[in-house]
Design a protein around this ligand. Structure first.
Ligand SMILES: NC(=O)c1ccc[n+]([C@@H]2O[C@H](COP(=O)([O-])OP(=O)(O)OC[C@H]3O[C@@H](n4cnc5c(N)ncnc54)[C@H](O)[C@@H]3O)[C@@H](O)[C@H]2O)c1
Length: 482
């Protein structure tokens, strides 16, 4: 008997992916939006033939029928962090089987269960990840759990959609990326930088790659959000019995309860905790994850070789509001060596023209080249050729057929990838390198020195003491590789 693709509990099968299914060289060329290409009819035939002949099928530990090339099969998904940003995933998740819901706040379950009736609820994500038959995890918890949950989930062979930032420290970004690279032929990953699907991201990349600014000389990225805080919130009251506060603290060093950490609106509560070192990386991992992505998508960069940064006076509790970080990246096969700079909280690059007020672009990127400048926000772009290049004859725009196809819905891209060719636009390789770069900016800020960095070993080579800033402390009982 052939085990139908939509059959219930039976045998779990995986069709091996071609070796090059998800290979992304460091700093190399990336394929445009990756969509499954095999038609569902072909997949059905392929799976049926494979099932009959026994070719290439692996029986996995869970008891459900599962094939990566089964676009019609619903995935068994766990949503970890069900409120706030979690709500933005409900629509996409409703097309799959949400079998597990995890949150530290029990008051968030009724709304989630109304949307996903029958799902099992968990307080502790470590237990949730062992839910039987799970295929994928969507994680919307606070940032200080992200690298842990990503690695624990990948260790269990699960596909992972992780809200941004995927890690807080350089060490975490490297561990998450390394774990993904080990498993990339079996799992799909997506970092939650959904603006990446805005067509403008692809247009900016095309302009830069096609030479609209000539040889690239420098990249400048900025964000104007400011969340000044004096320090961790003082102890105030006791957590309600429905809030599992110790589980909220999780791997981070303990800080006493204060309701202020939980006082924000849905999807913006992260602004109540992400500026504190033990819970976030401030604007580096907040808007920086989105805005640097606009540039990162266009420059095919790996890890920087040196980093320098300056900003507010160091506060051991709170990440800097104002920060400027410069990252030197070696040349690659299509552009020279460049310096990528990040500005936040009031710091800004110099405007290319006195009549352009970069302040008016809250979150933007600017690419300076030998022939002109491109200024972009998340949805629009402006090309300013240099005076002697203003005829634009040096640049050949793409024909309509050569334009990068749209990504479509970013969350859907992840679920399609889980069931298809595993390709997503922001996997943990691409985003892991970007997150490592951004975390290096904070390490350089803390050390107060220009750091030379060996990306192979993940170490600072000219200031041994700065290596302490590449990692963060964990509480006992919360290993990152569990
Ligand atoms: N991609 C985007 O545009 C975007 C927008 C907003 C937030 N985010 C990201 O989403 C994440 C969540 O942000 P938020 O504002 O929703 O935060 P939040 O504080 O509201 O937390 C979200 C949910 O996670 C739950 N939670 C907290 N700790 C948990 C734990 N240890 N285990 C399970 N559940 C836990 C909370 O109770 C809440 O229901 C952050 O990483 C943030 O950076 C992304």
């Amino acid at each position: 008997m052939f085990l139908g693709l939509d059959a219930g509990p039976a045998v779990r099968i995986v069709v091996p992916q071609p070796k090059d299914a998800q290979s992304l060289p460091i700093g190399g060329e990336r394929s445009p939006a990756a969509h499954p290409t095999m038609s569902s009819m072909n997949r059905r035939h392929f799976l049926k033939a494979a099932a009959v002949t026994g070719t290439g099928l692996t029986i996995l530990r869970s008891g459900t029928l599962f094939g990566q090339n089964t676009p019609n099969k619903k995935l068994n998904v766990a949503l970890i962090g069900v409120w706030g940003r979690g709500l933005a995933h409900y629509e996409g998740l409703a097309k799959e089987n949400v079998v597990a819901l995890c949150d530290v706040n029990e008051l968030r379950f009724p709304e989630a269960l109304a949307k996903f009736p029958g799902a099992k609820t968990y307080i502790d994500w470590r237990k949730c990840l062992d839910h039987k038959g799970l295929d994928a995890v969507v994680c919307c918890t606070p940032d200080h759990h992200h690298a842990h949950i990503a690695i624990w989930a990948m260790n269990r062979g699960l596909h992972v959609y992780m809200e941004k930032p995927i890690a807080l420290s350089v060490e975490e970004a490297r561990l998450v990326r390394a774990e993904y690279l080990k498993k990339k032929d079996k799992i799909a990953t997506q970092a939650g930088t959904q603006r990446h699907a805005n067509p403008n991201f692809a247009r900016v990349r095309e302009l830069i790659k096609d030479g609209a600014v000539g040889d690239l000389q420098g990249v400048f990225v900025w964000g104007n959000r400011k969340l000044p805080r004096p320090g961790y919130l003082a102890a105030e009251g006791k957590p309600p019995s429905t809030l599992h506060y110790d589980q909220w603290i999780g791997p981070s060093p303990y800080h006493p309860y204060n309701p202020g950490y939980f006082s924000g609106s849905a999807g913006a509560n992260c602004l109540q905790w992400n500026m504190f070192w033990d819970f976030g990386t401030g604007q580096v991992g907040d808007m920086g994850a989105h805005t640097m992505d606009l540039a990162w998508n266009a420059i095919d960069a790996g890890v920087p070789t040196s980093i320098e940064a300056k900003g507010d006076a160091f506060n051991p509790d709170v990440t800097p509001v104002e920060l400027t970080a410069h990252f030197n990246h070696p040349a690659n096969d299509w552009r020279p060596a460049i310096r990528v700079s990040w500005y936040q909280g009031g710091a800004l690059p110099t405007s290319p023209k006195p009549w352009i007020d970069l302040n008016k672009i809250g979150h933007g990127a600017m690419f300076k080249g030998a022939k002109g400048v491109l200024v972009a926000d998340f949805n629009t772009r402006t090309l300013i050729p240099a005076a002697d290049s203003s005829d634009l004859t040096y640049y050949k725009p793409r024909k309509p057929a050569e334009v990068t196809p749209p990504i479509g819905n970013f969350q859907d891209e992840f679920f399609r990838a889980c069931k298809g060719n595993l390709k997503t636009s922001c996997n943990f390789d691409y985003n892991g390198l970007m997150t490592e770069q951004m975390a290096l900016g904070l390490a350089a800020y803390r050390s107060g020195k220009k750091l030379d960095y060996d990306g192979k070993t993940g170490t600072v080579t000219n200031a041994a003491e700065a290596n302490a800033f590449l990692k963060r402390p964990y509480r006992a009982g919360w290993p990152i590789n569990g």
